[in-house]
Write a protein that binds this ligand. Structure first.
Ligand SMILES: Nc1ncnc2c1ncn2[C@@H]1O[C@H](COP(=O)(O)OP(=O)(O)O)[C@@H](O)[C@H]1O
Ligand SMILES: [Mg+2]
Length: 338
């Protein structure tokens, strides 16, 4: 069967997500069409100003160009996230599917509300980009910086521990007015979620389920980046339901990447590392411990989690996931002592 025009063009657009070389040849091979035919599809996307290219022949590179690009600056004093949403962002995505608009509404207003309520900055800068495939938004405040604020108000030893707390969820420095769900659910709803603040970088990508901690440039305040495909099949409900028990509607389950308890590639061996990991686990009914990226753990570390914490918190169910054979053996040993 011959491929439809829309399929071929979608394929080309997908390739152009990251600057790609020789896109027409790739499309020709994939769909078993002539190089000329593929070239005409690429030219159509160039003419529609969705794609730009440079170079010729086999050295031609192509990339997506923004269809809409817009920036704003707001004073944070008295700012309201629902009004910023309604007046500025909603009109630019009014034609997207409802589930996608719902996720933007949720994530955008949560992140702007954070800048208003937590940053203690004066100015908010927002940058919006829409391509043929996706929408990306930067939200940038000039406040204290999220990781340093969490370190200061949460009495953490190192600002990097803030990333572990955010990944667990239900973390807030203002429990009277907040519940600590915004970053947890927003990071999981979007295809790409990045926070940069000072020299720390926190990223979650849907397709690889990966969190990174990196040294980067020194970024003042807090900068959040959200990206979502315009045809994403995800819904806010499907995200919520991953973290609630069946038949309940409260946030009672979390998935914690264990490797975030580790700094600078150190091994997970000590009781204090384990205590940092299990702190606030009692706020959940179920905690899935994701061991990916952790090849081995020490006996004291395993004992502190699976015997000491587990026996004093029988109401919390601990479920290890992606555990290597070495890690599994340590867990079994800790359980046996119990
Ligand atoms: N822009 C920001 N500037 C400084 N701190 C922030 C910012 N955004 C979030 N935070 C910190 O991260 C915590 C978690 O944010 P979030 O997940 O949205 O939960 P909540 O807003 O309910 O506290 C906040 O309590 C606050 O300490
Ligand atoms: Mg919030």
């Amino acid at each position: 069967m011959r491929a439809k025009t829309s399929e071929i063009r979608q394929f080309i657009l997908n390739m152009c997500r990251n600057k790609a070389r020789n896109v027409a040849a790739e499309a020709a091979r994939h769909f078993d069409i002539s190089r000329q035919a593929a070239g005409r599809h690429l030219a159509a996307l160039e003419n529609a100003k969705m794609v730009d290219s440079s170079g010729r022949g086999n050295a031609k590179t192509s990339w997506l160009i923004p269809l809409i690009e817009q920036s704003w600056k707001f004073s944070l004093l008295g700012l309201r996230e629902d009004i910023v949403w309604m007046e500025n962002i909603a009109p630019l995505i009014a034609d997207l599917p409802e589930n996608v608009r719902d996720m933007w509404h949720y994530g955008f207003t949560e992140m702007v509300n954070n800048a208003i309520d937590h940053s203690e900055g004066t100015t908010l800068a927002i940058h919006f980009t829409r391509t043929a495939l996706d929408v990306g938004i930067w939200i940038n405040d000039d406040g204290e910086g999220i990781f340093h604020r969490i370190q200061r108000l949460g009495n953490l030893y190192d600002p990097r521990e803030a990333i572990l707390e955010l990944a667990k969820g239900k973390f807030t420095t203002d429990p009277t007015n907040h519940s600590g769900e915004g970053i947890f659910f927003t990071s999981r709803a979007f295809d790409s979620f990045v926070i940069m603040s000072r020299t720390l970088y926190f990223s979650h990508k849907a397709e690889q389920d990966d969190w990174l901690i990196d040294d980067d440039r020194d970024i003042p305040g807090t900068r959040v980046f959200l990206r979502l495909d315009n045809n994403s099949q995800r819904t806010m409900n499907s995200i919520y339901s991953q973290f609630t028990e069946p038949d309940e509607f409260t946030f009672s389950k979390t998935v914690v990447p264990v490797r975030l308890a580790r700094h600078n590639g150190e091994k997970l061996v000590s009781r204090s590392q384990a205590k940092r990991l299990v702190s606030r686990f009692e706020k959940f009914k179920t905690v899935v411990l994701d061991f990916s990226g952790v090849e081995e753990i020490g006996q004291a570390f395993a004992d502190e989690i699976f015997r000491v914490f587990a026996s004093s918190h029988t109401e919390v169910e601990l479920i290890p996931m992606h555990a290597s054979t070495e890690v599994q053996q340590m867990i079994v040993r800790a359980l046996a002592v119990r």
